[in-house]
Design a protein around this ligand. Structure first.
Ligand code: UD1
Ligand code: UDP
Length: 373
């Protein structure tokens, strides 16, 4: 019997984390599926860290990352590179994830080859094409190009229905990030880094910070880091840990504003396993990341979002996530409430997981087998 040929395409850290469980699940069904992995390497080190943890060996590597790359550089590189692979390999379906430039360009390249596209993490929307930028447009365009829409939640499904996507082509799966989180938190792990091992999580309040979004570059990011610096001196007995994104723009701004604060630890990006452990041990998380807003509710960790809007209102409804925006004083005020007011803190610390049961990858693979066998 002819096997179903599936190519999973991804290029950045969050896509890799969220596609890894799916790649694993596709491999399990090798009786029916021939699974190939194509990485664009829009990210390099941050992507390779994830591949190693999940023991994924890509079949094709476009090796695209350049320092100072523009969205156009990535788009054109992915279009050309993916075209070469697909025109030769001719899969039945290409799977892309989420909203990066890799996602959209790979979906477009597949469409040009008349290959069916399955969109994992479909249907997230803020309604503002510049926030997040360029992700909101990337996911809308990917939604137009896709045939199969793997929507994490009912709300995501409803967003797609409003854009006239056919109901029978939308499958509510949960978010594969929960599958990934279970994969790493199931295993025992001791921090390798001495800096992290030395922290007394029982007696020290640890604030975990991540920040990288393109729409925050410049003044908003400076405002955020100024707020963090002020908070570090206000709460001098707490520790603030910032695993810095590899983007030099982010790192330079972080070092300039927060580099001298004794209780702010600026580190390299952490591998997913230590990062997940650090999330679970932290008192509070401050972030502009999308994925962390999905992981934290499951861990019962309060999150202050350093963005003006979110495409993940389920986490806000769950009570663990609050939007602060990028204004310095607002961030200081919101964090101070959680540092000083036990009741407010407790109210935000209830574990509640609106993003699924860790079986999202299984549901996606079942759908592929049903539709292509
Ligand atoms: C990209 C995605 C964003 C996603 C984010 C996750 C786009 C336009 N942006 O943003 O949607 O949320 O990834 O982190 O698709 N770099 C390294 N090593 C790495 C990764 C990045 O050195 O492993 C540096 C390079 O100098 C690179 C720069 O970071 O040029 C920016 O990377 P890029 O992928 O263009 O943008 P991100 O801000 O990472
Ligand atoms: N993450 C990680 N190491 C870090 C910072 C984040 O493994 O040092 C993980 C985090 O748990 C989440 C994902 O990376 O699953 C988020 O990636 P990122 O913030 O780069 O992208 P976004 O979610 O904003 O698209």
């Amino acid at each position: 019997m002819k096997k179903i040929k599936v190519v999973s395409i991804f290029g950045t850290r969050p896509e890799a984390i969220k596609m890894a469980p799916l790649v694993k699940e596709l491999e399990k069904r090798s009786d029916l599926i021939e699974s190939k992995v194509l990485i664009t390497a829009q990210h390099r080190e941050m992507l390779d860290q994830v591949l190693e943890i999940f023991e994924i060996k890509p079949d094709f590597d476009l090796n695209l990352m350049k320092h100072g790359q523009t969205i156009t550089d990535i788009t054109s590189g992915v279009l050309k590179g993916v075209e070469e692979v697909l025109s030769e390999y001719k899969p039945d379906i290409v799977l892309v994830h989420g909203d990066t430039t890799t996602t959209f360009s790979a979906a477009l390249a597949a469409f040009y080859q008349k290959v069916t596209v399955g969109h994992v993490e479909a249907g997230l929307r803020t309604g503002n094409i510049y926030s997040p930028y360029p992700e909101e447009m990337n996911r809308m365009l990917t939604g137009r190009l896709a045939t199969w829409h793997y929507a994490p939640t009912t709300l995501n499904r409803n967003n797609l229905l409003l854009e006239n996507v056919k109901d029978e082509n939308i499958i509510i799966t949960g978010n594969t990030v929960i599958d990934a989180l279970y994969y790493v938190t199931d295993k025992d792990y001791e921090f390798e880094s001495e800096e992290l091992r030395n922290i007394d999580f029982e007696n020290e309040k640890v604030i975990l910070l991540t920040c990288h979004r393109r729409e925050n570059w410049g003044t908003p990011m400076e405002n955020i880091f100024t707020a963090i610096k002020t908070l570090a001196s206000k709460y001098s007995d707490c520790k603030i840990i910032f695993p810095m994104h590899k983007n030099p723009l982010v790192r330079d701004t972080a070092k300039k504003i927060m580099g001298e604060s004794p209780n702010i630890i600026l580190t390299e990006p952490l591998e997913y396993q230590p990062f997940a452990k650090l999330m679970s041990k932290s008192y509070l998380i401050l972030t502009d990341s999308g994925g962390i807003q999905e992981e934290a509710p499951g861990l019962g960790k309060p999150v202050i979002v350093l963005r003006t809007e979110t495409e993940r209102p389920e986490a806000v409804e769950a009570g663990t996530v609050k939007i602060a925006g990028t204004d310095t004083d607002t961030i200081i005020d919101m964090v101070s409430v959680l540092m000083d007011n036990k009741e407010e803190y407790e109210a935000m610390s209830k574990a509640n997981n609106p993003y699924g049961d860790g079986k999202a990858a299984q549901r996606i693979v079942e759908n592929i087998i049903k539709e292509f066998s």
